[in-house]
Design a protein around this ligand. Structure first.
Ligand code: BTN
Length: 280
């Protein structure tokens, strides 16, 4: 039987490693908390400090998109949230989520994971399994948002609830070797800090370029659903505000600002087209 890896945070060392960065100050660490996003969102206004980082070994009420739960096994995930000052219009905040997805990919690439990919708008995938989810939420302070990252690091397949065992992944499952959550966190923050600065300076080109390079669905046929809408089409591009440009079967080109993307496998697509032809 595989033993639980010993991969705890050395907080003193972590603080030293983060000392040169703007993100990570102050640092709040919890062995267990309901949700790191919720912790930062609930800070009283006079303590809302851009750059603040909440880090946890375990969350009891981890939050995901669409009011879903984000579950973890204690000590096996990298779970953290940062407070960001977001002075640009809210329509451009999704670029920060995409920038964070790129920074997760780059942290993994540094660790020799060959092709981590971004599943627009907020997931990082390895070998078509979701290893990371990102959740940006408003806070009570105007123009301050919280960006939360959950990265599956040491999970074995049995750590995931059965419905997720075909779609969820972890770094350990991708490459069986020692993983350090601390190294991953430091690499992420150092990389993301540059994007964050560029975003504030209205220089979005690098974020968009780096994201396009890693987007799994560019040029692919997808379904997109969520927030009561559903569409199908070919992903043409990522627009300047981070929205997805979709060419629908009618030829109409639309932009999607949020939702969940599922790639249509060729077999399914051919089956659908086959049955549509039969129906006609
Ligand atoms: C998703 O894929 O739906 C987004 C999941 C985001 C999970 C992270 S874990 C750290 C932070 N705290 C939370 O409660 N959620 C985010």
């Amino acid at each position: 039987m595989t033993q639980t890896p010993r991969d705890s945070f050395d907080l003193q060392r972590l603080q030293q490693r983060l000392a040169g960065l703007k993100l990570g100050q102050p640092l709040y660490y919890f062995e267990t908390i309901d949700s790191t996003n919720q912790f930062l969102r609930a800070l009283p206004p006079n303590q809302i400090q851009p750059g603040a980082l909440a880090l946890a070994d375990h969350q009891t009420k981890g939050r995901g998109r669409f009011h879903r739960r984000w579950c973890d096994t204690p000590g096996r995930s990298l779970l953290f949230s940062v407070l960001l000052e977001a002075s640009r219009p809210a329509s451009l905040w999704p670029l920060l989520t995409l920038g964070a997805a790129v920074s997760v990919c780059r942290a993994l690439e540094r660790e020799e994971i060959a092709r981590p990919q971004i599943r627009w708008p907020n997931d990082v995938m390895i070998d078509e399994r979701k290893v990371c989810g990102i959740l940006a939420e408003k806070t009570s302070a105007p123009k301050v948002l919280v960006l939360g990252v959950g990265l599956n690091v040491h999970q074995r397949i049995e750590d995931f609830p059965s419905p997720l065992r075909r779609s969820a992944g972890s770094l350990q499952l991708a490459a069986e070797r020692p993983w350090s959550r601390e190294n991953l966190l430091v690499a992420f923050l150092a990389d993301f800090e540059t994007f964050y600065r560029q975003w504030r300076d209205e220089q979005d080109a690098t974020i968009l370029h780096e994201c396009r390079r890693r987007m799994s669905t560019l040029g692919r046929q997808v379904y997109i659903h969520g927030h009561g809408c559903r569409a199908e089409g070919i992903v043409m591009d990522l627009d300047d505000d981070g929205s997805l440009v979709l060419r629908e079967p009618t030829g109409i080109v639309s932009r999607r600002h949020s939702g969940e993307v599922e790639e249509i496998a060729w077999e399914t697509k051919n089956k659908c087209e086959g049955s549509r032809l039969k129906d006609e």
